[in-house]
Ligand binder design. Structure first.
Ligand code: SF4
Ligand code: SF4
Ligand code: FES
Length: 327
């Protein structure tokens, strides 16, 4: 089998002996089918028995083995080393998922992730007879509503790259919302209203998502958390639980602007979401955006598209999409 000589520059930190983290290099002959987890094992077994990392299943199920390779967050037991060298060359830098939370080497403290996960009640709440005579069945159609949210393995890849988590430590983060969604659509669950209120909380809830799609890019299971967050936004409106705040007005203003002009008027969107006083806070950004042509003044707005009726029809259809899903 094809082999390659690869250098691994590895983040090391042992708080018992090190004042600061440092990097150590290990050079290895690596076979074509080697996974990143094989390299972590070899570092421990062939070079330094004190090297510390998490792994359990080796099959992409337990979610414990995520690290970063050249900044890319990966599930070690799914990621082929040769494929990474195709992208990054023959020097691979192995680091923990989040260097600020390191306990030892690749092991990080995930307590914030698990606390938030627990807050969304990641379990079925159902009032069932303790001695039922029939099963509580979920039909294939009902199960399909979960949209793969049930295959999340809590690896925290999405959480570790989420910019909203970085700037707001209260924000639950994508994995917790995936779990909340999974139970909201579960036809056996009796806790839907409370779940909607949890994910609708200011600062913590879905309205602090900035829709960057990073969570979808890094999920090793293809769960697509932002898709679930968008459906939760819709559900908050549908259940009549939307509060009048900047985030919900932003969603409404976006639609209104397209409906009225056929394009997004950024100036209108800020005024609608934040009001006049809120808008004043953004004058410097507004000026920069104006200079770059992103914001237009009322007198030099582009004219409305000719096919306005078609645009209005598309908005109507898009607004009904969540209703076609049988929540
Ligand atoms: S789309 Fe939202 S939840 Fe996903 S990474 Fe970006 S801000 Fe976080
Ligand atoms: S949604 Fe994907 S990336 Fe996020 S915790 Fe679940 S499996 Fe990991
Ligand atoms: S070892 Fe379990 S997911 Fe990688």
């Amino acid at each position: 089998m094809e082999k390659k000589r690869i250098t691994f520059k590895v983040f090391r930190f042992n708080p018992a002996v090190d004042d600061l983290p440092h990097y150590e290099s290990y050079v290895m002959e690596v076979k074509k089918d080697a996974l990143v987890l094989d390299i972590l094992n070899r570092i421990k077994w062939e070079f330094d028995g004190s090297f510390t990392y998490r792994r359990s299943c080796r099959h992409g199920i337990c979610g414990s083995c995520s690290i970063r390779v050249n900044g890319k967050v990966v599930l070690s037991c799914k990621e082929n080393v040769f494929e990474l060298t195709d992208i990054f060359g023959d020097l691979l830098v192995l680091e923990p998922q989040n260097k600020q939370k390191v306990i030892k080497d690749m092991v990080i403290d995930r307590v914030d992730f698990w606390n938030k996960y627990t807050e969304v009640k990641p379990f079925l709440v159902a009032k069932y007879d303790e001695h039922p005579e029939v099963e509580a069945r979920v039909s294939p159609d009902e199960a399909s509503l979960m949209l793969d949210s049930d295959i999340c393995i809590q690896c925290a890849n999405c959480y570790s790259v989420c910019p909203s988590v970085r700037v707001n430590e209260k924000y639950y983060g994508p994995a917790a919302f995936v779990k909340a969604y999974r139970f909201i659509v579960d036809t056996r669950d009796h806790n839907k209203k409370e779940r909607i209120d949890i994910i609708n909380e200011p600062e913590k809830g879905v309205w602090d998502c900035v829709k960057c799609y990073k969570c979808a890019e890094v999920c090793p299971k293809g769960v697509n958390p932002i898709e679930k967050i968008t459906l939760l936004h819709n559900q908050v409106f549908k259940e009549g639980r939307a509060k009048n705040n900047v985030a919900t007005r932003h969603a409404i203003g976006f639609k209104k602007s397209i409906q009225k002009n056929g394009f997004l008027d950024e100036g209108f969107l800020v005024r609608y979401s934040e009001g006049i006083f809120g808008t004043m806070k953004h004058l410097r950004e507004a000026f920069d955006m104006f200079r770059r042509g992103k914001i237009k003044m009322p007198w030099n707005m582009p004219s409305k598209p000719k096919k306005m009726n078609e645009i209005k029809q598309l908005i109507k259809v898009a607004s009904k999409i969540e209703c076609r899903r049988k929540w």
